[in-house]
Design a binder for this molecule. Structure first.
Ligand code: FPP
Length: 258
């Protein structure tokens, strides 16, 4: 027992040493370092993305086991179009292959697939695959997997503002809650924890509105090597954070009232 609450026991290995209410509801991941992982091995960058894709399968499985309800992954940013054509095309192919090969399994596992970003700017064949995956899995609720593909945080906010104006909403009706409803993530709670691999200390245009009070876990590990043990450490680290949302902790309040 920990804090009077039973530990979450996983079927396979060591238990997650976290009381249930300290498990983040929503984890978001910046899967960075595929290129450097490949470079270290003298391989082309796409080999890094392929290894990263393999790792993603393991991370999704672990997410379900850990009892995290929402997972958002940053797979392709609005800025990634500026990469060499071979890499861009490779990433487009990876998305299609992932859907072709993994959709049935994800569906069986109860994963609901969602997309955030500008779908309409992708090749129509890709759009159709994504839409089919979303439709097939729409009633699943074991894990909500948001795939950020052709996603940019600023682009998301611009899109929201445009639609708010198009809908004729008056200035005084624009609130936090209304903006939330116009984001690609409408209906999804803000990420509690954002994990960034490969040690970079930046936000990279990822969920810039939603991350206002997210906790960060940054590791030097390259994405293809980010394994379940390190994921577990990230969740355990998060569980010890004191989330104050700009206020003071309840402990500090009791002390000052004493
Ligand atoms: C950043 O590493 C990674 C990406 C831009 C792509 C992430 C994609 C995957 C992990 C594959 C899964 C994809 C889908 C579509 C589900 P980087 O290339 O910037 O690495 P570097 O900083 O070392 O160069």
């Amino acid at each position: 027992m920990l804090f009077g609450i039973e530990k979450v026991h996983l079927m396979t290995d060591t238990p997650l040493n976290i009381p249930l209410e300290k498990i983040p509801q929503h984890v978001a991941m910046i899967m960075d370092g595929n290129g450097r992982w490949a470079l270290q091995r003298g391989l082309p960058r796409l080999a890094g993305h392929k290894a990263g894709t393999e790792n993603l399968r393991r991370v999704i499985r672990a997410t379900v086991e850990f009892g995290v309800k929402y997972l958002t992954i940053y797979a392709f940013s609005t800025e990634n179009w500026g990469r060499p054509a071979e890499e861009v095309n490779g990433l487009m192919l990876i998305l299609q292959n992932v859907i072709d090969r993994e959709l049935d399994e994800l569906h069986k596992e109860g994963v609901q697939l969602r997309h955030i970003g500008r779908l309409e700017r992708l090749d129509p064949a890709i759009q159709n695959k994504v839409l089919h995956a979303i439709d097939l899995t729409k009633n699943n609720d074991r894990l909500i997997l948001n795939v950020a593909f052709n996603y940019g945080g600023r682009d998301e906010i611009v899109n929201a503002i445009q639609n708010i104006i198009k809908d004729g909403i008056s200035a005084e009706d624009v609130t936090d809650e209304l903006v939330n409803r116009y984001l690609f993530t409408a209906g999804v709670p803000d990420p509690d924890l954002i994990i960034r691999t490969s040690g970079e200390l930046r936000v990279s245009n990822f969920l810039i509105w939603q991350a206002a009070y997210s906790e960060w876990y940054i590791t030097p590990t390259f994405w293809p090597d980010f394994d379940k043990e390190e994921y577990r450490r990230a969740l355990e680290t998060y569980a010890h954070r004191d989330r104050r949302y700009g206020k003071v902790s309840s402990g500090a309040l009791q002390e000052s009232n004493a």
